[in-house]
Design a protein around this ligand. Structure first.
Ligand SMILES: [Zn+2]
Length: 316
C-alpha cells in the first residue's frame, strides 16, 4: 500500500496519525508583542477530506469558540480519515478587547479576500486566504448575533449553491436560511475558490449558551460523519430543520423600552404580539405584531431601543 503523506501547513509537516498545535503569525500589537493565532491540526492515518472549524472571526462571539474548544478537548477533532484544522479564536484582537471588530474598527468579515499591505484586518484575511483556506475542502464558520440580537441556531447558505445547501441539510440546525453572499465576506471569498462553506449562527455576543453550543457540536459531527471522516453516536435532531426561503427584519416603530413577548424559534400567526414598546413615564404603549404567519429566528434582547432598531428576524 502507498504510504500516506504528511500534511503540510504553516511550514510544518504533520505525520499521519499525529496532531500539532501551530501558530499563524499575523502582526504585532503596539506593545511590540507578536500576535499568534493557535491552529490545531489532527491528521489521520487514512486518506480523506480536510475540514476547517473556524470560530471567533468576530471577537465577542463566544459560543463558536466554545463549540470548537469542546471539539478539541473531547478529542472529536481526531478523524479516522482525513484532516481536521481548528482555529478556535480567529480574531484574537477582538477577543482580547471583548469586541466584534479589529482595533482599527474594521469588520474582518468585510475585509476578504484581503491584501498583503492593506489594513490590519485586510492583512489577516489575506494570510488566511493564502495559508489556510486552500488546504480545506469544507469550512464551518461559527457566529452569533451581534450584541443583544439572539439567533436561534441556524445555518445559512445561498440556496442557488446546491452543495452549500446540501451541507446545511446534513448539519440539520433547527433553521436553514436562504441568504445571499455578501461582498467581501469570508463566505464569498472561500466560495469563489471552490470551497464548501457552512455559516452557523447561534446565540448572541459575549455569552455562552449550552443549548446553542450543543446544536453546533451535533451539526459539526453530522457533517464530519457524512464526509466519512469518522463515526459519531449522535441522536437525530428533535425535529427536522425548518427551511426559510424568504425572511425580513421587523424594526422598532418608536424609541422606548422594549418588552419581548415571544420565545425565540417559535412559529407565530399574523397579528401575534411579539413585543411591546413603551415610554418610561406610563404614557404610551405600542405593540409589535407579526406581519404574516412566520417563524421567529432572531430576537432583540436589549430592553432599550431606538426607532429603526432591528427587533426580530422572521421568515417562512
Ligand atoms: Zn459574526
Amino acid at each position: 500500500m502507498k504510504k500516506r503523506l504528511p500534511f503540510g501547513l504553516l511550514g510544518s509537516e504533520i505525520q499521519p496519525g499525529k496532531g500539532a498545535r501551530l501558530t499563524l503569525e499575523v502582526a504585532k500589537l503596539h506593545t511590540n508583542t507578536p500576535i499568534q493565532i493557535p491552529v490545531i491540526v489532527q491528521h489521520a492515518r487514512k486518506k480523506g477530506p480536510t475540514i476547517l472549524l473556524l470560530a471567533g472571526l468576530h471577537g465577542d462571539e463566544i459560543n463558536g469558540i466554545e463549540i470548537v474548544r469542546q471539539m478539541i478537548k473531547k478529542g472529536w477533532n481526531k478523524p479516522s480519515y482525513g484532516t481536521v484544522i481548528c482555529i478556535p479564536v480567529f480574531n484574537i484582537f477582538g477577543f482580547l478587547n471583548l469586541s466584534r471588530e479589529f482595533p482599527d474598527g474594521r469588520d474582518l468579515n468585510r475585509s476578504f479576500p484581503g491584501t498583503k499591505n492593506g489594513s490590519l484586518a485586510s492583512q489577516f484575511a489575506y494570510l488566511f486566504m493564502k495559508e489556510i483556506a486552500p488546504l480545506a475542502d469544507v469550512i464551518i464558520d461559527f457566529h452569533t448575533g451581534a450584541s443583544q440580537r439572539n439567533n436561534y441556531p441556524q445555518t445559512r447558505a445561498d440556496f442557488k449553491d446546491k452543495k452549500a445547501k446540501e451541507l446545511c441539510d446534513v448539519f440539520a440546525a433547527p433553521f436553514t436560511i436562504d441568504s445571499g453572499l455578501l461582498s467581501k465576506s469570508i463566505r464569498n471569498a472561500v466560495t469563489k475558490i471552490g470551497k464548501k462553506y457552512i455559516l452557523f449562527e447561534g446565540g448572541k455576543a459575549n455569552r455562552i449558551d449550552d443549548f446553542i453550543v450543543n446544536r453546533g457540536i451535533d451539526g459539526t459531527k453530522r457533517v464530519m460523519q457524512q464526509l466519512g471522516m469518522r463515526h459519531f453516536d449522535i441522536a437525530s435532531p428533535e425535529s427536522p430543520s425548518v427551511v426559510i426561503k424568504s425572511s425580513k427584519w421587523i424594526r422598532a416603530s418608536n424609541s422606548g423600552i422594549f418588552n419581548l413577548r415571544v420565545k425565540n424559534g417559535v412559529f407565530v400567526t399574523k397579528g401575534t404580539i411579539l413585543g411591546i414598546i413603551s415610554d418610561p413615564y406610563g404614557k404610551f404603549e405600542r405593540s409589535v405584531k407579526a406581519p404574516m404567519d412566520c417563524y421567529v429566528f432572531n430576537v432583540n434582547e436589549m430592553p432599550l431601543v431606538n426607532k429603526g432598531d432591528a427587533l426580530f428576524h422572521v421568515g417562512r
